[in-house]
Write a protein that binds this ligand. Sequence first.
Ligand code: NOJ
Length: 542
Amino acid sequence: MKDWVKEAIVYQIYPRSFLDTNGDGIGDLPGIIQKLDYLRDLGVNALWLSPVYASPNDDNGYDISDYYSVNPEFGTLSDLQKLIGEAKARGIRILMDLVINHTSVEHPWFQASRDPQSPYHEYYIWREGLDGGKRPPNNWTSFFGGGAWERDEQNGLYYLHLFSPKMADLNYNHAPVAEEIKRIMRYWLDMGIAGFRCDVINVISKRTLQDGRKRFALTGREHYLSAEGCHTLLKSFREDVLSEYDCFTVGETVMVTPKTANELCKELDMVFSFAHMETDQINNKWFKTRFKPHKFFNVLETWQSGVAWNANYFENHDQPRSVSRFGYDLPLYRYYSATSLATVLLALRGTPYIYAGQEIGMTNGYFTGMGDIRDTESFNINALAKKLRFPEKFRWKLIMRTSRDNARTPMQWNGGANGGFTEGEPWLGVNRNASYINAEADENAENSIIQYYRRLILLRKTLPSLIDGNFTRLPAPAGVFAFRREFEGEAVVAVCSLVKNERALFKPVSGEVLAGNYIKPAGNEICLRSVRPYEAILLRQK
Ligand code: NOJ
């Protein structure tokens, strides 16, 4: 792996929600350009932009209708070029989202493919229905709930969609499709972007279309998860395109184990896995249980020890806010829990990903009913749960806790109208806590989360043990994660609590304080015997 890839600290932007500069209530590329100094000062050196391509927005850009153009809501191609250049001038690289499992049904390829005689017909997965077209071709279910096939009125055939019915899966058994994707990759890499976050990349190749084993979620998955064909495709992307550029790839990979992740990392630099994000749920993400820190820590440990290089994240545009989910989002411990999570994130081995707003401790959204929700997945799940006769109150509880809109509320820049995000009507309501949780207030707070992030980011840049050091978990009481990173005789020890009670350590830990959310300023030698609620500390040991 290249040094710059190893040293990257990635900040994810959901462009719709970052900063609106033209008053249409939707974040845009000029808004990102305006905040580049903020991002440089934070210390991040790569930005991953969620999709900015042309899209009818059934899934906010994950449904692409033209891979070669920028969604006018976000600006123009020249805005994007300007962003690439301005970011570069600040030492920041731009990563784009590569969504190639599916396209929007409005993509011209799909429109043409509806005609069975068209050369584009084979670009998608079209099949005759069973029972004279009454039933879908197989029993697969979609990631967004419900069946994975939709019948097209025009040709009477069914097409496969592992996500929304407005997003049709591409057919990688048809060679020209991969060639189209390579062309797209080259186009953006030639424009100066530094790499890709590859959306649901380990589902792109379907081995067969046989019925799947009936399951609570994702029936059919054994026929496509991390299939051999996916490796073949990724290998050809690497050999034919990526190897010619100095670039970065991170794959979003569903249901991977350390073993399958390591396999995928032969072709990608690193992968996002979900196991740690599944420790507070039963069966699927909608059924959450109480957060149990020890489960979370155990999974992190397994991945730290099992995978050569991890892509570490605790939140993104698909997950609830981490301070609400794994921490404590009320004033008493919001600062402490947000910074304790930050310590784990930035001290683990692997590349850290910070999701916009995480650096100021933004919390889950505040929604009063389905009328406040914008996310297609939440609508699907609500409809499905209604069909299953789940009572309305219960359905709402599921949506409030897990809806992806929790993390998509607009960035809270200041305490003014709409949190300073827009002068218009925001596309999704700004959280009502924006008056006191916002970047400006946090910057000036005595306990500032962003200042803590800056400190840790700086440490990652100056201490080789945080990049190259090995990972060893240390014994610690329940709710406390302690680990050591050691490289060439220098060691850093992190002790991080994710519980509200004080905890006595099994053994005192001594060292020089590099960072701490209770202990300030850094630099002193201490001997730590216990940790306070959500306390985190990073120590240097010689
Ligand atoms: C994963 C993306 O992160 C999510 O937002 C999207 O809905 C699905 N892939 C489908 O593209």
